[in-house]
Design a binder for this molecule. Sequence first.
Ligand SMILES: [Zn+2]
Ligand SMILES: [Zn+2]
Length: 134
Amino acid sequence: MTLLVRGGCKCGLVRYKGEKIDAPMFRCHCRDCQQLTGTGHSEMVPLDLNSFVIGDNCSEYEMVGGSGQPTYSGFCPNCGSPLTRRSARMSDRIYVHAASMDHPETYLPAKSIYVDAAQPWDRSVIDQSAVHPA
Ligand SMILES: [Zn+2]
Ligand SMILES: [Zn+2]
């Protein structure tokens, strides 16, 4: 069963929709996510890029990712809300920021990534051993 996800930015200028793919939702503590969100981490939901539709008024900022390949941050040019992340390396999917979804309560992160980059004040690192007890 495909889950259709809808969402958008704070001011309502940019809206999107797309189908959730069967891949984990996760919390990313990398330095890029810290700077792009202004917090300790991002909360990412993977959607199928082929099904994904977003208003063409969405702005995209290009960066070089940890893999050395380009990654892109999509955001509203009016209110600045971060909306999407995608990379050339994972070309089948696009990630939306969990709180931009119309139903953010459906977010359920399975893991933390780039834990080594987490700030000492970010207490939200998901303990993998607690999620998957040995
Ligand atoms: Zn906006
Ligand atoms: Zn990140």
